[in-house]
Design a protein around this ligand. Structure first.
Ligand code: GLC
Length: 665
């Protein structure tokens, strides 16, 4: 059951698609007060209450004990003290004395203090807001109910579940071919190669540099014949340059964000001086989406949308101010305060509140200053592309995901979790985020495997991939400043082959479970306690997840570890996948603690009692996966039925094609 309470006049977000009657008054179980023009909602947590949710956010699966500032932010230094990331997913689920969900639907800043100021208090501070209190008999039911009102989740084409290689730094066709060759010659599976900003002409969206990519259509076709899709990046900001058709056309139509006087507001991002498409205006949003046509026409079927918090390197006026200030300091003897003031002028140029308070949108519900609707930008940029794809080829599924997002976005596309680093702690953070994202509808999600910033190692890469095979978005991506991290760049290629192959072996399961969950509102990746709510130990499990209906995973996430301890909350069958999934061993384990050894080329997971899981023979790509001759992992005494998705892999209309397979013990 959902009850909606409205406070003030919050800007329209279109996060909720099943309309709810609105009440005024106390949003029980919260109390509310006004403080400095803000609303503060409070709830006293029970001693052992857990708090889940918040999608893409810092810290553990249980969010209790920290403060989270939901304000979409482009900042790649993701250390433990951070409070904001690239997405704002304002749904929490309190699990304990009272179990309930709460969604704070406001596109401006929303701060969740979950036992940070006072260990026993949960407070949520925001402006005008719609609060949805979600009730149900269990955590799973509450999530189902919430997902019902926000609408079902995006399903990409099936090839998007294959393995992807990406790197900022592939500059031309030769670089792309080298990656393709590197994978194929080493017998490593591959379904996608990503194209980062260097494919464009001077970083201008919807252009292709003809010297670097003389014939993109031919290249895309040649790779596709081998089951490899090219996936270009699209950035939010449009270069402000006369003669550039996207700029000229958008300017003429009045589709860019404007300043207080109604003139286009300029910011600087990759291409230098740029403007921001006003994607909150439905006409401008669709116009921006229609620009993707130029790449679709060249055979491109997948895109990743970036810099859409929106990221701003600087605005011209503020840069000028900083330079004038710096010139005034030239030759002076600067003490620490003066030096701090000088550098501060430059440090604070990026993503400044002053800029976010200086431009405006013509939204469906009127004119808004950007700061009031900030968290909706990435969502609507991405939605524009999706809305256009529906026109371009209505029944086809395209790969589409974005860096920034808000709840509602999950109906149109997936997300990746931004610029993480090659740190073991970020592998753990990747795992911890998955169930929170799932609760908010973001099923097609994943992190940059191996880490984006800094240098990865062979061991970290392998362990990260071994976790990543269970995440829908399975992409190795890194910055241009990092050492090479393509799987063939390492010494122990055999171990990489084994782990990547396992992804394809489990793909019939992962894909079928994904499609079922996207439609039903069930969670694909869940905290262990959601399946074992009566188990006190399960409440504290932070490094294991339930994935789909049948299994629990327990990845190794420590440097030099030969294995790890696993808490098994009920009788299960331990499965050890070997040799790329071509072989496995199994052992029944009772509820309890176990130390498991996990060599770098193997994966261990746990099958629930009464469950089965299909396994395919590994393949070089999704297109050549043989799903007719499946093997079965099983822990059953009676025959059971397993529903496997038998869609064609790319149309929307075939998504409901399931085959019920009877599995004998
Ligand atoms: C941003 C993206 C990253 C990309 C880079 C260059 O930092 O998050 O994935 O590689 O920009 O486009």
């Amino acid at each position: 059951m959902v009850t909606k309470y409205t406070f003030g006049v919050p800007p329209m977000t279109e996060a909720v698609v099943v309309p709810q009657p609105s009440f005024s008054g106390m949003p029980t179980p919260f109390s509310v007060k006004e403080e400095e023009g803000k609303r503060v909602f409070s709830y006293t947590l029970g001693k052992d209450d857990l708090v889940f949710g918040l999608g893409e956010q810092m810290r553990g699966i249980n969010k209790r004990g920290w403060i989270y500032d939901n304000w979409n932010t482009d900042d790649p230094i993701i250390t433990e003290g951070r409070t904001s990331l690239y997405g704002a997913h304002n749904f929490i689920l309190v699990f304990g004395e009272k179990t309930f969900g709460a969604f704070f639907d406001s596109p401006a800043r929303v701060v969740f203090d979950i036992g940070y100021t006072d260990p026993d208090e949960l407070t949520v501070t925001c402006g005008d807001v719609d609060v949805y209190i979600v009730e149900g008999d269990s955590a799973k039911e509450i999530v189902r109910e919430f997902r019902r009102i926000i609408g079902s989740s995006y399903v990409p084409p099936k090839w998007a579940f294959g393995f992807a290689q990406s790197k900022w730094g592939y500059k031309n066709e030769d670089d792309v071919r080298a990656v393709w060759k590197g994978y194929r010659e080493n017998g490593l599976p591959l379904d996608m190669i990503y194209m980062d900003i260097d494919y464009m002409q001077d970083y201008m969206d919807f252009t292709v540099n003809k010297e670097r990519f003389p014939d993109l259509t031919a290249l895309a076709a040649e790779l596709k014949a081998d089951g490899v899709y090219l996936v270009p990046i699209i950035d939010a900001a449009v270069k402000a340059k006369e003669g550039y058709h996207v700029y000229d056309d958008g300017l003429e139509k009045g589709y860019f964000c404007t300043d207080a006087e109604g003139k286009p507001f300029t910011v600087a991002v990759w291409p230098g001086e740029s403007v921001l498409p006003d994607v909150l205006n439905p006409a401008a949003r669709l116009w921006f989406g229609a620009q993707y046509k130029v790449l679709l026409d060249q055979g491109i079927e997948g895109f990743w949308n970036d810099m859409n918090e929106p990221a701003i390197f600087y605005s011209k006026d503020r840069l000028r101010e900083a330079i004038v200030y710096a010139a005034g300091e030239l030759g002076k003897d600067l003490d620490t305060d003066a030096y701090g003031a000088l550098t501060g002028k430059f440090y604070t140029l990026a993503n400044s509140m002053e800029d976010y308070n200086s431009f405006y949108h013509n939204s469906v519900d009127g004119r808004h200053v950007h700061a009031e609707v900030h968290n909706l930008y990435g969502y609507n940029m991405t939605r524009g592309a999706s809305e256009y794809f529906d026109i371009y080829e209505p029944d086809r599924r395209y790969l589409l995901f974005s860096r920034s997002s808000y709840i509602g976005h999950h109906r149109y596309a997936g997300i990746w979790t931004g610029d993480n680093a090659s740190w073991w702690s970020h592998l753990k953070l990747n795992l911890a985020m998955m169930p929170g994202l799932d609760m908010c509808g973001f099923l097609f999600a994943g992190a940059d495997l191996g880490g984006h910033g800094g240098n990865t190692t062979e061991e970290l890469m392998l362990r990260w991939l071994a976790f990543g095979i269970f995440a829908p978005l399975f992409r190795n991506h890194a910055t241009q400043y990092a050492r090479d991290q393509e799987c063939y760049a390492f010494k122990n290629i055999g171990a990489f082959r084994s782990i990547l192959n396992m992804r394809y072996a489990i793909l019939p399961y992962l894909y079928s479970e994904f499609v079922k969950c996207a439609k039903s509102g069930e969670m694909l990746s869940r905290p262990v306690v959601f399946d074992y709510p009566e188990d006190a130990r399960a409440r504290t499990v932070e490094d294991q997840l339930m994935i789909g209906a049948s299994i629990m995973i327990a990845p190794v996430m420590e440097q030099n570890a030969k294995g790890r301890y696993v808490y098994v909350p009920a009788r299960m069958k331990m499965i050890r996948l070997k040799k790329g999934g071509n072989a496995f061993s199994e052992r029944i384990v009772e509820k309890g603690d176990y130390y498991i050894e996990v060599p770098l080329d193997e994966i261990v997971f746990f099958l629930k009692e009464g469950a089965v899981m299909p396994l395919a023979k590994p393949a070089k790509n999704v297109a050549s996966l043989d799903e007719t001759n499946l093997r079965w992992l099983k822990f059953i005494e009676e025959p059971v039925e397993y529903e496997i998705c038998r869609d064609d892999g790319f149309t929307k209309s075939s998504l409901s094609n399931f085959e019920k397979i009877k599995v004998e013990p």
